[in-house]
Every structure is written in C-alpha cells, then in structure tokens.
Design a protein around this ligand. Sequence first.
Ligand code: SAM
Length: 450
Amino acid sequence: MISLPPAFIERMTRTLGDESEAFFEALNSASPASIRLNPAKNVYPLPFSELIDRQVAWCPEACYLKERPVYTLDPYLHGGAYYVQEASSMFLQTAFRQIAENTPLRVLDLCAAPGGKSTLLAANLPAGSLLISNEVIKSRASILKENIIKWGYDNIVVTNSDPSRFSGMKGAFDIILVDAPCSGEGMFRKDEKAIEEWSENNLRLCEERQKRIISDIWDALSPEGYLVYSTCTYNPGENEDILSWILATFDAESIAIRHEYPEITNTRTPARGYHFYPHKSAGEGLFMGVIRKKDGQPFTLKKEKRTSQNPPPRLPADILPLLPDITNYTPYLAGTTLGIMPSPHAEFIQYLESKAGVIYKGCEIGESVKGSTRPAHSLALFHKLQQQHATRQEVDLATALQYLRKEDIRFEAPRGAWILITYKGIALGWVKEAGNRLNNYYPKEWRVRK
Ligand code: SAM
C-alpha cells in the first residue's frame, strides 16, 4: 500500500466522489507498460512481439505490453526503434494532429527532457518542419540529446536554456508545448520521491513557476499559434486554474481536443482540459489543454550582418554515399564536428544560436581527425543513413549486448574499415578494424552497464 498525504486523499475524494475508491485502488496497482514505435525506423520483427497486449487507442503506433521487460537489455531500444512512454502522454498525438496544419511548422518543446513528447512530436511533424527541443537542467539536457540522437531525425535542435531566453524571439513558434514541471501527483505509484516531495507549499511553488514559464514564452508564440499545456498532476491549481489564468491574462481562447474515448475525463471549467485518471484509462495521471493565441506580431527573421561569409564545409567523399540526397541540407562545421542541417531552417537555427544554448542540431555526421573523418555515432542512428552503402555487420543478441557494453567483439572485417553494427537491421553504432582487433566506438557515456 502506498502511503498518500492526507490532504491529497481528501481533495481527490472530494473531486472524484463515487469514483475515488477505484482511483485509490488503481494507485496501488502496477503501472501498465507501454512502448511507442519509431515510424522512421523499419522495425521488424516488432519489439517484444510475444508480450504485446493491445494498441493504445489514441496512438496507433504504440502498444501496451503484458508485462514490463528489462528494456535496457533490448538492443532495439539503443537503436531508437521505440521509446518507452506511459500511454496517457501519447494523447499529445491526438491533440497535435488536430492543431498542426499540413505546412512546415516551427515547434518548441520547452520542458523536453528526457524526450518522450519530443520524440512523439518529431514523428508527427508535417514535412519541412523544425522541432526545438529544450531542457533547462544541464544533466537532463544531455539525456534529452541522447534520446533525440537515438530517435534519428535531422530536423531537431536541442537547446539547454531557461524559458526566458526564448522571450525575445517574438512570434517565432507556431506551436509551443509546455509539459510543465509540476507536483507529479500522477506519478505517485511510479515514483515514491513524488510522494515525499509533495506538500501544500510545493503545490503553490509549482503553480507560480508554471505561470512564470508561460509568461516567459508567451511572446515567442506566433499570432494564431497554439500553446499545448500539460502536467502529470491532478492538482487543479496547476491544471484548470492555469488554463483559466492564461485566458484571463492574455488574449487567447481555449481549444477543444476532439476525441471519442470515454476513459478520458473532460473538465467542466470554461477552459477545456482533459484528465487521465488511472482507474479509467491504462496509464499514469495526466492533464492536457490547448490554448490559441489571438494577438501578437508575426515573426520576421532579421538577416544577420556578417563580416566574413565562411563557405559551408565540403562533405568528405567517403561519408557522402552514406547520406541521403544532400541538396536540401546545409553542411556545418562546429569545432571539428561536421554536421548537416535542413537548409530551409539554417538561417533560423543560426538566429536561435544567438538567443539560446544550442547543444545539438540536425545530424552530426563525423569528426575530423588527422585529415580523415571518423563517422559520428549519430550518423549510425540517422534514420536516413544509406545502410546499403556502409560496410555492415549484422550481429546476434549476445554480440549486440557486448557491443552496447563497449566490450570487444570479433568478426572478420576488411582492413581499416568502419563497420556499421546492426541488430535485426537496426543500426547500433560503429566499430573500426584496426589490424588484429576491432575498436568499439560505442559512446562511453551511453554504454549499457547491466
Ligand atoms: N516532456 C518531457 C517528456 O515527455 O519526456 C517531460 C518533462 S518533465 C514533466 C518537466 C521538465 O521541466 C523537466 O525535465 C524539468 O527539468 C524541467 N524544468 C524544471 N524546472 C523548469 C523551469 N523552471 N523551466 C522550464 N523547465 C523546467
């Protein structure tokens, strides 16, 4: 039995009435396990095919599993074939598909680590769009970057900035997701720390912080742009009240998310919000609402006056065949790191770099080392990597895990070649033939420790 704060029990009993018994019972039951497939990676056979229970109704790319596997020991996870995400959060897909017009968009995911909602957004962006995935806490931003690299898209920029850094970018984003830091009541059954940290005082602090975050980024939202607001808590002060506060403070309107799922509880306040309770839907507690901004100025990208115009770097001949058609990409060099970014967004990314702390952009493809190019790990995980032009070695489960633990692996390989390691066709990273051995280039900080 989890031990819940009495004030929380009292409020939830009042809010849910007859349903509260079922709610508290659900908090004492196991969390359902669910994964969401990466539609850009050709995953076959499906991960954990023997454990698949059923599809998540509001996200057909996702499924519940009958039990929670040890994900870390599945090479597919490290190749970005799927993301482990609790199912309620995936409702973002329903909301996003309703508000994202089929034109190129700029989307900001403001509180993005570890990357669950960013990877979902990336998979749903209209063609030609750009996602800025931001996290304020540095250590969490590194995890976000890792998960974004594994997901393997080329139209994402990862930033590590306080929300206030975006405030000067007036009208720059068509959609902003604020998946706000909150009191985490919806995580009580998964995370004991959320219960320990819960207090009435902390609820107030969360509410104030949420208002501050929204005030910071409001100007960065374009006129007619959408703010998607979500939390993983039940506290109305952080949910319905924040939506009402937005409507009272800014020129904005509440937008309905159309759905046909009786397991979702629509709020009764004028600001439309959607609650997920664990006794009604299989997943954790979640709240979501969509707001449309009515005022503001459209974004204009002021051309930077640059004194010296460096020509873009040339891409090395040995890497070029591994890339898709590069006419739509702008190559860049950052220190010794060579990368590509989508050309239609290159100027905007340069502008973003003058405002926020960019820690990853587009796809890093290699490192210039002593006149030759060492292929980047992100190139191996890039979903548009032309695998047929790489020297490739398909490995079994045991070898894949050895590789992911950064241990030595062995097989015959051409002299001096860079070899792409794949597991059931999903790329995991590189090794290099070095005479009598193979050097394992799996990133040391990502290695599997189990
Ligand atoms: N969207 C993420 C996902 O789907 O994987 C989960 C985000 S979590 C609910 C909230 C995030 O907000 C955390 O990563 C936390 O570090 C970050 N955060 C904490 N304080 C913040 C602040 N003052 N401004 C912006 N983000 C903050």
